[in-house]
Structure formats: structure tokens, C-alpha cells
Ligand binder design. Sequence first.
Ligand code: AMP
Length: 501
Amino acid sequence: MKFEDLKIIEPIMKALQHKGYSQPTPIQAKAIPHILNRKDVLGCAQTGTGKTAAFAIPIIQLIHNIEKNADKPVLRSLIVTPTRELAIQIDENIQAYSKNTNIKHAVIFGGVKQGQQVSQLKKGVHILVATPGRLLDLIQQGFISLNHIKIFVLDEADRMLDMGFINDIRKLLKLLPEQRQSLFFSATMPKNIIDLSSTILKNPVKVEVAAISSTAETITQYLYYTNRTDKNKLLLHIINKHQIDQVLIFVRTKHGADRIFRFLQKNNIKSASIHGDRAQNQRQKALSDFKAKNITALVATDIAARGIDIEKLTYTINLDVPNLPETYVHRIGRAGRAGEDGVAISICEPEENSYIKDIQKLIGKKITVIDDNPFPQTEKPMTEAEKKEWNKEKQRRKQEFFANRKAKKTGGQQSKKDRPKGNKGKNKSDSNSNKIEKSPTSEKRDFNKSKPKKSKAPSFNQRKEKQGNSEKPAGKKRRSNTSMRKKLPPKLGEKYMWPLE
Ligand code: AMP
């Protein structure tokens, strides 16, 4: 099939040629005709399939046809997506596809001052790409009206729910006109997503391009089994041995991302880290340096696992194997985009062996294990008792670390009066830095500016509850480091790195 067969108008055709798109991808071939026919669409497609163009091209075409002769642009289409990076990327695509038309578009997201976004909105736009928090914020302030929206897109719906945006979406749906066309995209279609879609769509056409939760076929997957303490050395070995010049490395925590970043820098591998505690401009810089190949490695939490499009990225490495198999699928989907070849390497420590089983079950195939490994796995997963002890100890150390730091900062006199003003956010984000990063919480925080900042990221305790690991709340008494070390079974003390060391 060709784009001509989809009845794409000349100005867009030219832009597509300029982008080097010779023919539509399967999701584009399936979705574009329905969208141009003003049908609601329920699309199941993972990122990397050309999903953005599948909705952006027909939206631009429809609005171009309606608004050709209008004076001031009226907001006709709203595209809501979960992360700032994704929002920026969608807007960049809209810019590329609409450059030969008069379509005006803008992107809004939290974590930055609103001034520039507001002044763009005041000039008038046809298409707005937004993350939920900033969108609701600016609607509340009266800078955006949704009264004339004709086409509403909810992108990455499953990720939206994972990130706790469900209430924001519900609020938003109340503000949209009843009479509208809606497009709903999700990489996976579990029951809660289907339920949500049924509250948004009317008689939708279902468009699916890959089996649910399948991994792109162009990605070759490899697995190294190792010990926890050898992970960094093995990472270095893999990068050097294969002379990898661009790699996206996934880790579980923000603190872990910074630690690996420092480790790589020390070993002469130019790197950057990207996670929810970094300022928006730092995140953007890290990403653009990575895309421009100014750095070799980008160390990321799962904030970067979805939707981020790095052209011609070949390698992803899971330095922490994710406990949710779907997360694995999203992470490795960053490489091998749009039919290019990709390689996904996972480095698995004993505690993560069971995650590999879940992943293989989901993707329906075995991952090739690399035996040529100078740091093979020789240790066994912890027993339940050891795990419990380790978790307890970790919690205690964490508390002690922050207590010590607080005492240092205030010279031991932490009275309310003495506390420096205006650094609450900093302390909070620091204290979150060791948590598993599930969502860019700052986006949520931004909307709740006036409220005390509370992290939505799951605590260690919440995670352990999920794993069936009961643990008492952190103890009141603080012990010294040495006394704690004595209490810990010596084997464990040697075997595992502590999160704050
Ligand atoms: P997406 O799934 O929307 O994130 O797109 C993934 C990548 O595919 C992006 O780099 C797009 O520029 C590229 N892409 C989208 N449509 C096409 C096409 N028809 N031909 C070639 N590349 C495309």
C-alpha cells in the first residue's frame, strides 16, 4: 500500500516524502482511513510501529480541511499522553507532518514555568498535545477551552493508568464536548483498559497491529546470568567487548541511575542519567545529547521506557530486570524501531531469576542465554528469611542515612525555625531517590502545586506487600551502622550492595 492510496493531501504527502516515509506502516494503513471517515478508533499498538503518524496525519488533514479559511485558530484536537518526553515527541512529529499547512500546534507539560506555553495558547492553536496535570491546571486557570474539540486522542492509555492518572482523565472527559471523535491507543489491552475505552469511544473500529504484549520481531534478545555484585563489571565488559557506541541502560531506581551514571563516567564511558528527580531541562539535555550521539550511554528509570523514540538505537540493556513483564516489553521496544534491527540485553542477578520466567511466559519465547560470560551467576536467590532480614536492614540504613544527612545539614539542631526555607521539594525528592520509579511524579506534583508534595511512587513496603513479604514499619530506635552490620548475617553483608552505599 502507498500513502496515495490513503488519500493523503498533497501538503502532507510532501512532508512525508521529506521525512523519508515511502509507505505506510501497518497501523497507519489500518487506522488512517477510519480516522478520515470520522470513526472512533480503539488502537492496540506498541510504540515503534508508527502509531503517532497513524493519528497525527489524519488529524492534520481533517483540521486543515475545516480550518483552511478561518481567521484565528480554534482548538480542534487534543492529544493527551502520559509523559513530557512523549508529549514533546508527538508535537515534533506534528510539526514535521504539518509543515506545509497552516496548522498551529503547541505542547504543554509540567515541570517548567507555564509562561511560554500560555503565550503560545493565547495566539491560538488547532492541535494541543498535553500531559494531564498541566492540561487541567491551565484549563482551571482559564487559558484553555475544550468547547470546540472535534478530535480527542488518549495515547498510551495503559501507561496513564499505571501512572495513576485515572482521576485526571475522568475530570478531563467531563470537560470534553459530547459530540466528538475519539481515538484511544494502548500498547496492552487488559480489562481495565477496555473498560476505560468503553467510557470514551462510541462504536469504535478496532485496529490492532501486534499481538497483545508481543515484542517487536526485529529485536534480538540476550540474557546474562550474574551475581548482584558483578553487574557493573559485566555491564562494562559488554559495552567494551561489543564496542557499543549508543546504549540505553534501564535501572529500577533514580538513585541507581545516578550511581551507574557515575560508574560509567569514571570508566571513561560518556553518559547521562534521566529520571523523575532531574529537572525538565536536564532531562531534555540528556535525551538530546543521547540522540545526537554526544554521549554513549543514557541511564534511565522506567520514565524513559515508553514511547521515547531514538532513531536507529540498536542496544538496550536491562541492568535491573523489571518485575513486571510488560515493562520489559516497553523497555526493549526503545531499540529496533520502525523495522530497524535491535538488540536487548538483560543482566540478571539471582533475585531476578523468577522475573525472567514471567517475561518469557509473556513474550512466548526463551531468551538466548550467553554462556561466554566472565562473571557467571554462582549465587542462589535469598531464602525468605534472608530476604526479610535484608529488607529490614535496608530500611534501617535508609532511615539512618537521611537522619545523619539532616543532622549534618542543620548542624544537629533541626528546629522548625532553623530549617532553611524553600528547599522542601529538594529534600523530598532526595528522600524519594531510592524508590522504584514508576511515574514522572513531578508532572502530578505540578498540578497539585498548592498541596504538600507527596510522592505517588510505591514505597519499598508497598512493593514488598505485593511480594507477600510482611515487614513491620521502620523501628523507632536508631542504631549505629556497626551494630547493624553485626546483626546482619555475614554472608548477606558481603553478598549484597546496600542501596545507599
Ligand atoms: P512511533 O511508533 O509513532 O513512535 O514511530 C516510530 C518511528 O517510526 C518514528 O521514528 C517515526 O518517525 C517512524 N515512522 C513512522 N511512520 C513511518 C513510515 N511510514 N515509514 C518510515 N518510518 C516511519
